[in-house]
Every structure is written in C-alpha cells, then in structure tokens.
Ligand binder design. Structure first.
Ligand SMILES: Nc1ncnc2c1ncn2[C@@H]1O[C@H](COP(=O)(O)OP(=O)(O)OP(=O)(O)O)[C@@H](O)[C@H]1O
Ligand code: SF4
Ligand SMILES: [Mg+2]
Length: 327
C-alpha cells in the first residue's frame, strides 16, 4: 500500500434502511424490519489509488459510493474525506469537496438534464466553480470534448441526440470539468458494446495516469477491475469480504466468494452472471455466522455460528473468512 495521504476513510460504516413500520401479529407487535445495506465497512483510499468495488447486485456498492459522496448519511461509523467527516463539512470544505470529487453515475443518460445542450451540461461545473469567463466557456468545453474524443460541435447537441457511448463521454467530460482530484464511477462502461467499452476504459486509464486522479470504480466485470484498478474490494451483502492488490486477489483469491465470482466471470467484458451457485440470503433476514455459508463449498460448523471479521493474513492480504483458500 502506498504512503500517500488518505483521501477517504470509512471507519466501521453502517447504513441501515428501514423497510416498513412494523405491525401487529397474533404474537404481538412486530418491530420495523431493517436492511443493512452496509455493515461495518472499513476502507482507506489514498491519493492516486484506483480501487474497484465488485460484487453481485445488492451487495452495497452504490450505497458505499453514496456515503462517500455525502448523498446518503451513514447510520453508524464515520466517513472521512481528508480527515473531516463528510456529513458535517464546513461550507468552504464542502465547496472544495464538490469541486475535487466528481461522479459518473450508473445511468449516465438519466443523470443528464435532457433539456440542456452538452455545452451547458459540461459548462455547469465550470460556471459553478467560476473556473473561466463566460466568453471562454465554449473553448473550454471544446477542449474537454476533445479530451474524451468528441468533436467541438457536440456542444450544441442535446443528450437525446447522442448515442449511449457518446452520452457516457459527455458524462465523463462533465465529471472532468471541475478539474477533480477524485473520480467516483458507478458502472461507467457497462451495457455498451465491447469496442466502446474498450475505448472508454482506455480513456479513463489515460486520464488517470495523466492527471494523477484517484479512482473509485464500481464494476460487475473483474477483467475491467483488473485493467483499471490497482486495488480491489469484493463486497457481499453489505460487507467487504476480501481486499488487496487486484492482480494478487484475482490470481490467488483467498475468499471462496471471490473464487466463485472468478469462476462465474472468466472472460473479458463478460459481466458476472447473476446466478452464482446457491441462493443469496435475504438481506432483511440474515442467517447467523458467515453470510456466505449457505453457498460456500468450504463451510464448516463454526461458519454457521461465527461471523468472520475482515482480518489481515500473514501475507498482508485482507479476508473475512474462517477457512480461507490458503494453500
Ligand atoms: N433507498 C433504499 N431503501 C431501502 N433499501 C435500499 C435503498 N437503497 C438500496 N437499498 C438496498 O440496499 C442494498 C444495497 O443496494 P445497492 O444499490 O448499494 O447495491 P449494488 O451493489 O449497487 O447493486 P447493483 O449492482 O444492482 O447496482 C440492496 O439490498 C438494496 O435493495
Ligand atoms: S467463513 Fe466459512 S462459510 Fe464463510 S466463506 Fe469462509 S469457509 Fe465459507
Ligand atoms: Mg449499484
């Protein structure tokens, strides 16, 4: 791990959603049902790091990013940006946070106002942070469009007049407009054809190297994670079950869930099949012990009673498993 200063630190972050208000049954009052979308998340992201968050649908990846961005309050624990609690940043620090941390959303088209031209979509963060005069805006937007491989006249087009790949490029140009230090991207290339995905991944990797960006990248695709991110965090039902250098984790997974993901996703650009062996338990009614036990070929008696914490092995890898895949 590098010695660079931590940009983000998540200290035992929990995010609990209340699913209903409870009710009455023959046995009396039933308390409100709750769902822990994040359960004891510990993660440090340092300047210049690139971290992939992977895991099946519903594992809490987007919730984790929403907490990092201050869009969702955590229920417990602390989420820090450069040492300050994200939820209680002062106005000055919040302004620089908003400038420094840019987001590319899971659904790029839905995240862009269809009534604004690309000029105003990309120009919005520039205007918000007063980064240039109005007379210079068009040139600045043209430079950003060039950076993402789009011609300058794209500025006069609305999102509805652009293809899926072009919309993603505009979303990336908009994310770069505030000259951020951190990019947080949720499935930024999924659902596109393979060659467009490859172009956008090259673009993101190039930008990351040129600008020294810190990158947090959610993906269902382990090959994408390995191409773009030095570190990986594997999530399962609200917990990080394994984390470490991407290449090491994918070459020698220690957690049976990481291995199952690898088995389900052997080829480049093939998303993880949503049907790993066994059934994912309901997040509202988790079994005691390890939450992967019902699907784990290595499950032993102790797995059904003890919940394994994320612990460091003697090889300096981090895994939450009582019987990790150590040869
Ligand atoms: N606003 C909400 N209210 C109640 N439950 C929620 C809410 N948002 C998310 N959840 C639940 O929290 C869990 C984690 O959701 P999240 O969107 O973070 O998963 P994800 O890993 O991003 O999934 P995907 O890969 O499908 O995008 C899921 O069980 C989801 O149903
Ligand atoms: S703790 Fe047990 S059930 Fe859970 S992943 Fe490890 S071996 Fe499997
Ligand atoms: Mg998501």
């Amino acid at each position: 791990m590098s010695d660079a200063a931590p940009i983000f630190r998540l200290l035992d972050v929990e995010k609990v959603y209340q699913i209903d208000r409870g009710g009455w049954s023959r046995l009396g009052r039933r308390p409100p049902r709750q769902l822990a979308a994040l359960d004891g998340i510990r993660l440090t992201v340092r300047a210049g790091d690139s971290v992939a968050l992977v895991g099946e649908s519903g594992s809490g990846k987007s919730t984790l990013l929403r907490v990092l961005l201050g869009l969702t309050e955590s229920s417990d624990g602390r989420a820090l940006y450069r040492g300050d609690d994200i939820e209680t940043l002062t106005d000055d620090k919040r302004r620089s946070f908003q400038r420094d941390v840019a987001m590319i959303y899971q659904d790029a088209r839905a995240s862009l106002n269809p009534r604004l031209k690309a000029l105003d979509l990309i120009g919005e963060p520039i205007r918000q942070h007063a980064l240039c005069r109005e007379s210079e805006l068009r040139d600045r937007v043209a430079a950003l469009l060039a950076r993402v491989g789009m011609p300058a006249d794209t500025a006069d087009r609305y999102p509805g007049q652009l293809s899926g790949g072009q919309v993603r490029r505009v979303a990336i140009a908009r994310a770069l407009a505030s000259e951020p230090k951190v990019i947080v991207a949720d499935e930024a290339v999924s659902g596109l054809d393979v060659s467009t995905q490859a172009q956008l991944l090259n673009l993101l990797r190039g930008l990351q190297h040129e600008m020294g960006l810190t990158l947090m990248f959610i993906t269902h695709d382990l090959a994408v994670a390995s191409y773009l991110c030095r570190r990986i965090a594997v999530m399962y039902l609200g917990r990080i079950v394994e984390t470490g250098p991407t290449k090491e984790v994918l070459r020698h997974p220690l957690h049976p869930y990481t291995r199952a993901l690898l088995n389900a996703s052997p080829r480049f650009f093939e998303p993880i099949a949503e049907t790993l062996p066994g059934e994912i338990p309901s997040p509202i009614d988790l079994p005691p012990g390890c939450r992967f036990a019902g699907r784990c070929p290595r499950a032993a008696q102790d797995c059904r009673t003890h919940e394994p914490p994320l612990a460091t092995t003697h090889t300096k890898r981090e895994v939450a498993c009582l019987h990790p895949l150590i040869d």
